[in-house]
Design a binder for this molecule. Structure first.
Ligand code: ADP
Length: 874
C-alpha cells in the first residue's frame, strides 16, 4: 500500500515536473511583496518623499510600523497629459508570468489618506528595454484606488512576462499619491524571452475582415518581410483559440482575434519561419503548438515542422529535427501538436512550419525543456526566492558541452529528488504515528484523572473491534494522495485574503450586513481549509479559520439534552454504515421510550408517536460510535457534533436521543432513519416518468416526491438559519431518509468515507466539498447562510437528477476551482450545473440559478426558498 502511495506521488511529481503550458487561471500566486519573499533591495523607486516612505514600504497589506505605511514619491506625480514619471519598481530576479496586480494607498492606521486613483504599468525582461503595458483594447491606464485602505485587484489581460515591473501613479497636481502593491503570477518556466515571426495577416471570409495579427505583441512590429521582432505576445498569453477562428474567448474583439495567421500566397517557399530566443541554454524535449484546423474554411495545421538549434555562441546547427503530420480530413477541432525536439541543447530555436492549405493559424506555443547543467550553480536567493537567473546575472555561466556529463547530472539530480521525496514521506508517517501515540497517551492520562473507570460491557463489541485497523484514524490518512498534488490551488487560495476587502460586499459579508462571522485574530478572512475538517470547531489552537459567532454560542452554551444512556441496554442489530468517526449501527434500545416521551420537543415527539407499546418496549435507534483508536482531534470533533446536535430540535433535523460518553467508546444515539442517506436512496430509484421503467429493477419515485424531499431539506435549513447556524456541508449524502420520504438533515461533523470523492484535499490535511461550495467559500473562506443556500442549489440539483452523477462530474477538481474563479470574475465564462431533465424551467431559472448568484445578497433566503418550493408544487 505504502509502495503504491509512493509510486503515485512520484508519478504525480513527474507529471507536475513535465507540465509545460502556463495556466493563467491557476498562475495567480502573490509573488512576495506582502509575504516578504521579494527583498527590500529589489524594490526601488524613482524618488521618495522621505526615508519613511521609501520604496521598501510599498508592500501591499504590510505595515510594520517602521515606516509611514506606503511608498510616496518625492514630487507630486504628474498629470496624465505629461505622462507619469514617478515609479515604484519591483525586480523579481527571474522571468515571471504576471496575471494580476493589486494596489492600495497609505492608510497608516488612519493617519494617511493618499492613494493613486489611476496608474500605468511598464515592464522589462532585461532591465533595459521597457514596454508600456496596455489591455487588449489598447488602454494603458488602470483604474486604481478610491480610498487609502481597500486593496484593488486588476487582472492583467493580456498577462505580462517580465522580470522588472514598474507601477507609475497618475494624478493631478493637488494630490499626493502613495502606493502599496503586490504582483500575482508564477515563474515563467518556458524561459522564452522573445519570438520573431512574419506579421500576422488579414483574411477576408465571406465579406468579413478577419484580423490574424498578434495584437498584444510587445516587441517591434516591422513590415511583413521583417515581421515581429524581440517580443512576446498572443502566442505566449496562455489563452488558446477556439475551433472556429471567427470566435474568441475574449469578449468584444474582432474575428480572428485569438490566432496569428498567414496565407501561403505570401510565402513562396511554402513555410513560415519563426525564431524563439531563450533566457539561457536549455535541453529541449518538445514544443507544443496550438493550431487551427478548420479546413472547410481553408485553414489547416502545418504539414511539417523543421526546427534548427543554436547555442549562444554558435551558428544554427545544420541538422534540424523534423516532424511530419498526416492530413486530418475528419476533425476540424483546433489542437495542440507536440513537436519532439530530441533533447537538443539550444538557447534559440528556429522552426519552419510548412503550409498544408491556403491558411495556417497558430494561437499558442509552449516549450518543454530540462535544465542545462552549468559549470557554476546560481547562488540561491534568501527567503525562498526562485533561483532562476537571467544571462547577465551570472556572467561566468557556461554550458557544459559533454552530453554524458549532462545525462549523468540529470540522473543524479532525479535520484536525489526521488530519495528526498521518499525520506520526506517516511518521515511524515513516522511523525504522524508518534504524534498520535503521544496525544492518545495524554488523553488516557486525562481520562484516568477525570473519570471513574467504567467497566460496563458494551453489548455490541462488534463495533469497537471491527474498526481497529487504524487505517483511517486521522483525516490525513483518508486519501492516498500526496500533499503536493494540490499545492497550486491551495497557494492560489492562500493569497486570497487580499481579495476579501474588495469583494466583501459581493460575498455578502461586509461588516454592516454580514451575519455574525468571526475572523482570525488578525481580522482578515481566512481560507477554511482546516475549518471543514474541524467543522464548527470552537477552539482556535493552530488553526485560525472562521466560525460563526452563533455556531460558537451553540457550542459553548449549556448542554440541554445530553442524556447518558446505559450501554448494556443497547442490543446490536446490524451495521448501517461507516462514517468518519467509526461505524453506525442499528440497535434496539431498551428503556429509550421513557427518554423519548419525556422530551417535550416536537421532533422527538414525532418519534415517540411512531413507537407503540409500553415504556419497556425497546425502540430502534442508530448508534454512531467513535472508533477506539481515534485521535484527540477526532474525539473533540465527535463531542462537538454531540453538543451541536443536542441543541437542534426540528422535524427535519436528525434528533440526538442520548449519548454514552461516561466511558469509551463514545457513542451518540440518534433516531433511526429506515432508508439511509438521501444520496444512496435516490441512486437506487428512478423517476416514475421514465419510459423504460420495466427494463430496470429500480424502485420508482415521482417528481412530487422529489420536490417534497427538497422542501423538507429547505425547511430544516430554514430552521438552522433561524438560529444563524451555518451547516457548511449541505449535500444529499448528509441528509437521511425515513419512512414516507421523510427527510432529515444530519452530519454536523464530517462524513468522509463513502463519499470521499466529493471532497477535495488540500495541503495534506484539509478536505473540502468544493463541488457544493460557493465561490466565496472556496476563494475567501467565507461560510454564511448564503453559502449554505448555494449548497442547497447543488443539493436540489442532486435530488432532481436522482444523484445519477456527481456535480460537475466532467470536471477535475482543479477545473472546478478554475470555474470558481470564473464565478468570481463574472465574465460569462462560468459554467453552471445544467437543468435536470425533470426540472421545470421556472424552478431552474428562478430557484436553482438564484442560489448560485454571484452576489451573495441576491441569493434567496431559506425562508424564500421554502415558500417558493411550496408554490411550485401547488
Ligand atoms: P459520519 O458523519 O461520521 O461520516 P454518518 O453520519 O455520515 O457518519 O453515517 C454514515 C452512514 O451511516 C450514512 O451514510 C448512513 O447510511 C448511515 N446512517 C447514519 N446515521 C443514520 C441514521 N440515523 N439512520 C440510518 N442510517 C444512518
Amino acid at each position: 500500500m505504502k509502495a503504491l502511495q509512493i509510486r503515485h506521488c512520484l508519478l504525480l511529481f513527474l507529471l507536475t515536473a513535465v507540465r509545460t503550458q502556463v495556466n493563467p487561471g491557476v498562475c495567480r500566486y502573490p509573488l512576495g511583496m506582502t509575504g516578504g519573499q521579494i527583498l527590500d533591495e529589489d524594490i526601488s523607486a524613482s524618488s521618495q518623499w522621505s526615508e519613511s516612505t521609501a520604496a521598501r514600504y510599498g508592500r501591499l497589506d504590510f505595515d510594520d510600523g517602521d515606516g509611514d505605511g506606503a511608498w510616496c514619491p518625492n514630487i507630486m506625480a504628474e498629470t496624465d497629459a505629461g505622462g507619469p514619471k514617478d515609479f515604484l519598481q519591483v525586480d523579481l530576479r527571474s522571468l515571471h508570468f504576471i496575471t494580476l496586480v493589486g494596489t492600495q494607498g497609505r492608510h497608516a492606521d488612519g493617519m494617511g489618506n493618499e492613494f493613486a486613483q489611476r496608474y500605468r504599468i511598464k515592464y522589462s525582461r532585461d532591465g533595459s528595454r521597457w514596454v508600456a503595458w496596455h489591455d487588449r483594447k489598447g488602454r494603458q491606464v488602470i483604474e486604481g484606488n478610491m480610498n487609502a485602505y481597500d486593496v484593488v485587484l486588476k487582472d492583467l489581460e493580456p498577462p505580462i512576462i517580465a522580470r522588472f515591473v514598474r507601477f507609475m501613479p497618475i494624478t493631478d497636481h493637488s494630490m499626493i499619491v502613495c502606493m502599496r502593491v503586490e504582483l500575482y503570477g508564477c515563474e515563467w518556466l518556458d524561459g522564452l524571452v522573445s519570438y520573431s515571426a512574419p506579421a500576422g495577416q488579414e483574411m477576408t471570409y465571406r465579406g468579413l475582415d478577419v484580423h490574424l495579427n498578434d495584437s498584444v505583441y510587445d516587441g517591434s512590429m516591422g513590415l511583413q518581410s521583417v515581421g515581429m521582432e524581440e517580443g512576446l505576445g498572443q502566442l505566449t498569453d496562455g489563452t488558446w483559440g477556439l475551433d472556429d477562428f471567427l470566435h474568441s474567448h475574449v469578449y468584444g474583439v474582432w474575428p480572428g482575434y485569438d490566432y496569428v495567421g498567414w496565407t501561403n500566397e505570401s510565402f513562396p517557399k511554402g513555410y513560415v519561419e519563426m525564431t524563439f530566443e531563450f533566457d539561457r541554454v536549455r535541453n529541449f524535449t518538445s514544443m507544443k503548438v496550438h493550431c487551427n484546423n478548420m479546413f472547410s474554411r481553408g485553414v489547416r495545421m502545418f504539414r511539417q515542422a523543421s526546427c534548427y538549434f543554436r547555442t549562444s555562441e554558435l551558428d544554427w546547427e545544420s541538422q534540424p529535427v523534423t516532424l511530419r503530420l498526416p492530413v486530418d480530413r475528419v476533425s476540424q477541432s483546433a489542437r495542440f501538436i507536440t513537436v519532439p525536439l530530441g533533447d537538443r541543447m539550444a538557447s534559440a530555436i528556429k522552426c519552419r512550419f510548412a503550409f498544408n492549405e491556403a491558411w495556417m493559424m497558430i494561437s499558442e506555443v509552449a516549450f518543454q525543456s530540462g535544465t542545462a547543467v552549468y559549470n557554476t550553480s546560481p547562488t540561491p536567493r534568501k527567503r525562498g526566492h526562485p533561483t532562476n537567473v537571467l544571462p547577465g546575472d551570472d556572467p561566468i555561466h557556461k554550458v557544459d558541452e559533454s552530453n554524458t556529463r549532462i545525462l549523468i547530472g540529470c540522473l543524479v539530480a532525479i535520484i536525489v529528488i526521488l530519495l528526498a521525496i521518499i525520506v520526506i514521506i517516511l518521515w511524515r508517517q513516522v511523525w504522524q504515528k508518534m504524534l498520535e501515540k503521544a496525544s492518545r497517551r495524554m488523553l488516557d492520562d486525562e481520562l484516568s484523572a477525570r473519570l471513574a473507570v467504567q467497566t460496563q460491557a458494551f453489548s455490541f463489541h462488534h463495533s469497537s473491534q471491527s474498526s481497529g485497523d487504524g487505517s483511517n484514524s486521522t483525516y490525513e490518512r483518508i486519501f492516498p494522495l500526496c500533499s503536493s498534488d494540490y499545492q497550486e490551488p491551495s497557494r492560489l487560495i492562500r493569497k486570497l485574503p487580499e481579495f476579501a476587502q474588495s469583494t466583501e460586499e459581493l460575498a455578502g459579508t461586509s461588516s454592516s450586513s454580514r451575519p455574525p462571522q468571526a475572523c482570525g485574530s488578525d481580522g482578515a478572512p481566512h481560507y477554511a481549509e482546516a475549518d471543514i475538517v474541524s467543522l464548527q470547531e470552537g477552539t482556535t489552537g493552530s488553526n485560525t479559520y472562521s466560525i460563526t459567532a452563533v455556531n460558537m454560542s451553540l457550542l459553548s452554551g449549556k448542554d440541554t439534552a445530553m442524556r447518558e444512556f446505559p450501554r448494556d441496554k443497547l442490543t446490536f442489530k446490524e451495521k448501517l454504515g461507516e462514517g468518519q468517526f467509526g461505524e453506525v449501527h442499528l440497535c434496539e434500545a431498551e428503556g429509550m421510550q421513557n427518554i423519548v416521551e419525556k422530551d417535550p420537543s416536537e421532533a422527538v415527539n414525532d418519534l415517540s408517536n411512531e413507537v407503540e407499546g409500553s415504556d419497556d418496549t425497546p425502540i430502534l435507534v442508530a448508534v454512531k460510535t467513535l472508533r477506539e483508536d481515534a485521535n484527540k482531534n477526532a474525539r473533540n470533533d465527535f463531542l462537538k457534533e454531540i453538543r451541536i446536535m443536542s441543541r437542534l430540535r426540528d422535524p427535519n433535523i436528525v434528533s440526538l436521543l442520548a449519548v454514552c460518553v461516561e466511558s469509551d467508546p463514545l457513542c451518540m444515539i440518534t433516531e433511526y432513519m429506515e432508508n439511509g442517506d438521501l444520496n444512496q436512496f435516490l441512486s437506487s430509484h428512478q423517476l416514475d416518468e421514465v419510459e423504460e421503467i420495466q427494463s430496470s429493477d429500480k424502485a420508482t419515485v415521482s417528481y412530487s416526491n422529489l420536490m417534497s424531499m427538497a422542501t423538507q431539506v429547505a425547511s430544516g435549513m430554514k430552521y438552522l438559519s433561524s438560529l444563524n447556524f451555518v451547516h457548511r456541508d449541505l449535500a444529499t449524502r448528509n441528509c437521511l431518509v425515513g419512512k414516507n420520504y421523510t427527510i432529515k438533515i444530519a452530519d454536523f461533523g464530517m462524513s468522509r468515507n463513502l463519499y470521499r470523492g466529493d471532497y477535495y484535499r488540500i495541503q495534506g490535511r484539509a478536505v473540502l466539498p468544493i463541488r457544493w461550495m460557493s465561490w466565496e467559500s472556496i476563494l475567501l473562506g467565507k461560510f454564511t447562510m448564503a453559502s449554505d443556500v448555494w449548497a442547497f442549489g447543488v443539493t436540489l440539483w442532486e435530488i432532481l437528477t436522482l444523484c445519477e452523477e456527481q456535480p460537475y462530474s466532467q470536471f477535475s477538481d482543479e477545473q472546478v476551482i478554475e470555474n470558481t474563479g470564473e464565478f468570481f470574475r463574472d465574465q460569462g465564462k462560468q459554467v453552471y450545473l445544467p437543468r435536470p431533465a425533470c426540472c421545470p424551467d421556472a424552478v431552474y431559472s428562478s430557484l436553482m440559478l438564484g442560489c448560485w448568484r454571484r452576489n451573495a445578497k441576491q441569493r434567496p433566503t431559506f425562508q424564500e426558498i421554502y415558500s417558493q418550493l411550496g408554490e411550485s408544487q401547488e
